[in-house]
Design a binder for this molecule. Structure first.
Ligand code: ATP
Length: 360
């Protein structure tokens, strides 16, 4: 198991700063995800860790070894790409065996060893019996598994996954992310995952880092980032929410009171910050909103009008007009929510997040 440290890593292409002074520790055996919008620098960071790119400044360590300038093949990392990059003229067995055959002498392996290791890797990704097929005779999901087996068979120090599930359909993506997580935990291999899919990141990661414009904006567990976003960018990028600007009225007993701009509503909430500016932002996740009959306290009971409601099977998604504001809300699928009618809602203060108003 390898610990990875990035120290002030910066990489520019012409006048584009792809990675901007990123410092980070990734723990041994951890599955760490870089999440962010297209072009934010996730792939470049991953490629620097793999050794395909050399940073302009900063240092990269695997445990205590400085690997900043080490050639990729000497780092003992393995990467799985979005398009799998399988060799079409080789069978599944040959694809997976390739990396071992190249290192046969160096590792002192016999043909029997290689066969055993390949079959074990294929069993791990549930592809036993398909050794003689060619990539084109496999489904997308199966090709993805071959790519994973090919990466794992060389027993890398670090596994790098670059949008590995993007080419799969939604159902298969969910299945594969479960499996990748199981395999990763079973092997205990330090793994870095890149995706722009927030659900994938939330569900698979031990910890994750949100990137924007080359910078690492916030690092934490999925729960920390979801419940305690440090700015509007993170709150908006991760999950759905209504975000309002407001003015801080008071702060006492762990609760802050905010007057929402544009409407005369006083709202109580909690904040991850000791000190806040006078102008703040309020983040309300749709799933925390309740109808008044399900209220847990008399705080934050607010009258609104149902502007829009959709039955989604497992829930009702609605927009509630609070004066000039529009609030996204999820209600239980049997809740009496009728478009055009008044509704008394409860926004639990303990689930209402108050943060500085800065976008990033
Ligand atoms: P995506 O999700 O779209 O793959 P990303 O977050 O992985 O995006 P990167 O591929 O790391 O982003 O790119 C970060 C920035 O660096 C982008 O503005 C991109 O255009 C630029 N960039 C990346 N590679 C190169 C290159 N080889 N030459 C020039 N510019 C590059």
């Amino acid at each position: 198991m390898t610990r990875i440290r990035l120290e002030g890593i910066t990489k520019t292409y012409g006048n584009v700063i792809a990675v901007d002074n990123v410092s980070l520790d990734i723990n041994r055996g951890e599955l760490f995800t870089f999440l962010g919008p297209s072009g934010c620098g996730k792939t470049t960071t991953l490629r620097i860790i793999a050794g395909f790119e050399i940073p302009d400044s900063g240092r990269l360590y695997f445990d205590n070894e400085d690997v900043t300038f080490l050639k990729p093949y000497k780092r003992n990392t393995a990467m799985v790409f979005q398009n799998y990059a399988l060799w079409p003229h080789m069978t599944v067995f040959e694809n997976v065996a390739h990396g071992l055959k190249i290192r046969k002498k160096q590792l002192g392996l016999t043909d029997e060893d290689i066969k055993r290791m390949v079959l074990e890797a294929l069993e791990l990704v549930k592809l036993s019996g398909l050794e003689d097929r060619y990539p084109l005779q496999l489904s997308g999901g199966q090709q993805q598994r071959v790519a994973l087996a090919r990466a794992l068979v060389v027993q890398p120090r670090v596994l790098l996954l670059d949008e590995p599930l993007s080419n799969l359909d939604a159902k298969l993506r969910v299945e594969m992310r479960e499996e990748i997580k199981k395999i990763q935990k079973k092997l205990g291999i330090t793994t870095i995952y890149v995706t722009h899919d927030q659900l994938e990141a939330l569900s698979i990661s031990d910890r994750m880092g949100i990137m924007n414009k080359g910078r690492l904006v916030q690092v934490g567990t999925p729960q920390e980032l979801y419940f305690k976003p440090k700015n509007i960018f993170v709150a908006d990028f991760l999950g759905r929410s209504s975000i309002y600007h407001g003015e801080l009225v008071s702060k006492a007993d762990g609760l802050v009171t905010v007057r929402l701009e544009g409407v005369d509503i006083l709202l109580e909430g909690t904040t991850p910050f000791e000190t806040l500016p006078n102008k703040v932002a309020v983040v309300i996740r749709p799933e925390v909103i309740r109808t008044a009959s399900a209220a847990t306290s008399s705080r934050n009971l607010i009258k609104g009008v149902v502007d829009f409601a959709m039955f989604l099977g497992d829930k009702i998604e609605a927009r509630i007009k609070l004066g000039a504001l529009s609030l996204l809300a999820y209600f239980p699928n049997t809740a009496p929510v009728k478009v055009g009618e008044e509704i008394l809602i409860h926004i639990p203060p303990e689930n209402t997040i108050v943060i500085p108003p800065f976008p990033e």
